[in-house]
Design a protein around this ligand. Structure first.
Ligand SMILES: Cc1cc2nc3c(=O)[nH]c(=O)nc-3n(C[C@H](O)[C@H](O)[C@H](O)COP(=O)(O)O)c2cc1C
Length: 305
């Protein structure tokens, strides 16, 4: 509920447009500073109500606003500044950004996070890994405001995710970010229900959950290959999403699919050739040699199309 003082054209919106900052100056003078405080406030407090705000923002067009005076933070005597920011934050538009909140006790998950980060950044996707043992949760929440993708990384502790990742995932779920894609990467020693438990916590997530990559102990070649595939899938999804004006679509761009398909065959061949070198058993060598030739055959077939 808002209050509007008609005579002075002042809007009192309560919590909306607020920020957790204090200053001896009543009015906003340093917009850059207020931008961060207001975005953090939006992320931590208002984001779960994003679609509701979206529905009602238009009502403000019916009022002439000279001042916006929220209950927290400084007063805006240039209301356009905060209205513009809110219109961005509540919109369905996402940025080409992959967030990877993670915990790694002994380095296995961290290795996976670094590998995935490298793969994605090669393709000019911004990746922000958050080591949740040292992350300020408000900074993570701020990035959730517009990130297209979230990949949760956790080691297994007592059959489930690491407790700090339960917290981070719970928060992600409660904040209802507009991310379109998510996945889970992680490691276990002997038995894990981590993926099921994380999926259960993430039940508000409305986007697409891509196939998780979970490895036993430290990641090995097959796990890196699975991460390659996850990176390719993420890239394809993000690209398709962006090429269609930031809306999910069902009709795929044939050229994009074709390029990714060729890339997958090339990666597959490299992987099987490496396996031929790795093993001494002639039967195993023969099997991987056969699989490598098959990948080349698929690639040639695709290139003939
Ligand atoms: C306190 C503790 C509890 C663990 N509990 C489990 C468990 O219940 N199930 C399991 O498969 N592995 C368990 N592990 C093993 C780790 O999940 C495994 O070593 C994993 O590779 C660690 O990943 P990290 O190197 O990224 O920390 C546990 C390890 C620790 C230190």
């Amino acid at each position: 509920m808002f209050t509007y003082l008609e005579e002075d054209k002042i809007l009192f919106p309560g919590d909306l447009f607020g920020s957790h900052m204090t200053s001896s100056e009543l009015f906003v003078r340093d917009e850059a500073k207020v931008y961060f405080a207001a975005k953090r406030y939006f992320a931590e407090i208002m984001m779960p109500f994003r679609t509701n705000i979206q529905k009602h923002m238009g009502m403000l067009n019916n009022y002439e606003l000279e001042i916006i005076a929220p209950t927290h933070g400084q007063v805006y005597d240039n209301p356009e500044f905060i209205l513009e920011q809110y219109n961005e934050w509540i919109s369905d538009k996402v940025e080409n950004k992959v967030l990877i909140p993670y915990i790694s006790m002994h380095g296995s998950v961290e290795k996976m996070v670094n590998y995935l980060t490298e793969k994605l950044t090669e393709h000019e996707i911004a990746v922000i890994p958050f080591n949740m043992s040292v992350t300020d949760i408000g900074e993570f929440a701020m990035e959730l405001v517009d990130a297209a993708t979230v990949v949760i990384g956790s080691s297994t502790v007592h059959v489930g995710p690491h407790p700090k990742m339960i917290y981070a995932t719970y928060l992600t779920n409660m904040l209802r970010p507009k991310a379109k894609f998510a996945s889970i990467i992680g490691s276990y020693g002997w038995g894990s229900r981590m993926v099921d438990m994380l999926k259960e916590i993430l039940k508000n997530f409305k986007g697409e959950l891509l196939e998780p990559v979970i490895c036993k102990g430290y990641p090995k070649e097959a796990d890196f290959k699975a991460l390659d595939e996850l990176a390719e899938k993420l890239l394809l999804n993000i690209k398709i999403f962006n090429n269609h004006g930031g809306t999910k679509m069902n009709i795929f761009d044939v050229t994009e699919i074709y390029q990714f398909a060729v890339q997958i065959e090339e990666n597959g061949e490299k992987f099987y050739r490496a396996m031929v070198e790795k093993f001494d058993d002639p039967k195993v060598k023969k099997l991987f040699g056969f699989l490598a030739v098959e990948e080349v055959r698929h690639e040639k077939y695709l290139k003939r199309c």
